[in-house]
Design a protein around this ligand. Structure first.
Ligand code: PMP
Length: 292
């Protein structure tokens, strides 16, 4: 196994309003979320002691909870304050943070309105989702065989635990074939996103990225659109078909964990790890550190 098991880290986790030692932050086997996927979460990063766009993450957490009919027993302000506390309490300045809300074990079976909605926030040092080599040379993406479902077949707009089932399957299949990640298409066959990040493609001075009707409305995606426009690039949000891939010159992924990571190829289509990706990597790094 790579690295230390995530239930064996040090520190304390905010769990239903109080801090508990890391290894004691547990759930029961009959937790509803484990059986039926009734959980929503966020991935947040703090840089040099400042949490990047915390309010946007908390807003999305509550949005996801609403989509899953989960009633979070705190206000967004209380969750924001708890995130700040987690960082401070654990003496962390650069950290990845994972707020999660889920239905507990008080009720078993499909109907679970009376089950308690629990909330926990863990934070740990997590340098980069991809290795420095992958970030320098660009990722090689497989094209996943699983497709993101239509909005009337699954709660696709929510950052919900169950939505990640096909993403893990796609990531595993890609890794087994020697790729670092996979491009997910949607139910129509349009380009959607990578397994844990949004996608941008460049042609000339224009960046193209899928509209968010088939992918997560990424907070990094929004930030990168602003940064690209500041650099005078045009950004077009539209439906993108895989048949268009050969026409693009550069490609990169965006996400809280992935930050801005260049893509060298998607299936048989190659891209240059070029200037625009590198410039936006730097711009994003400055932005999260409050330096631009
Ligand atoms: N898509 C998926 C499937 C993700 O898991 C993530 C990471 N949360 C993203 C996109 C990027 O979103 P964000 O920039 O808000 O982290």
């Amino acid at each position: 196994m790579a690295g230390k098991s995530f239930d064996q880290l040090d520190g304390e986790i905010w769990y239903d309003g109080a801090f508990v030692p890391w290894r004691e932050a547990q759930v029961h086997l009959l937790t509803h979320a484990l059986h039926y996927g009734s959980g929503v979460f966020e991935g947040v990063r703090a840089y040099e002691g400042r949490i990047f766009r915390l309010r946007e993450h908390t807003r999305r957490l509550f949005f996801s909870a609403r989509v899953l009919d989960l009633d979070i027993p705190y206000t967004p302000e209380e969750i924001d304050a708890a995130c700040e506390q987690v960082l401070e309490h654990n003496g962390l300045r650069d950290a990845y943070m994972r707020p999660i809300a889920w239905r507990g074990a008080e009720q078993m079976g499909l109907s679970a309105r009376k089950a308690t909605v629990h909330v926990a926030i863990a934070a740990w040092e997590w340098p980069s989702y991809f290795t420095p080599e992958q970030r320098m040379q660009g990722l090689r993406l497989d094209i996943a065989r699983w497709r993101r479902p239509a909005p009337d077949t699954a709660p696709v707009m929510a950052k919900a635990t169950g939505m990640y089932m096909i993403h893990t399957l796609s990531k595993h299949e890609a890794e087994a074939k020697g790729f670092s990640d996979a491009l997910m298409l949607d139910w129509r066959g349009q380009v959607a996103e990578a397994t844990g990040a949004n996608i941008f493609l460049r042609k000339g001075d224009t960046l193209h990225t899928p509209v968010t009707d088939n992918c997560l409305d990424g907070i990094t995606r929004r930030a990168v659109i602003e940064l690209a426009e500041k650099r005078g690039l045009k950004v077009v949000e539209r439906a993108i078909w895989p048949t268009e891939l050969p026409a693009f010159e550069e490609c990169f992924l965006t996400g809280t964990a992935a930050e801005v990571t260049p893509v060298a190829s998607i299936g048989p289509y190659a891209f240059t790890v070029g200037e625009v990706s590198r410039a936006l990597m730097e711009d994003y790094d400055k932005l999260v550190r409050g330096k631009n």
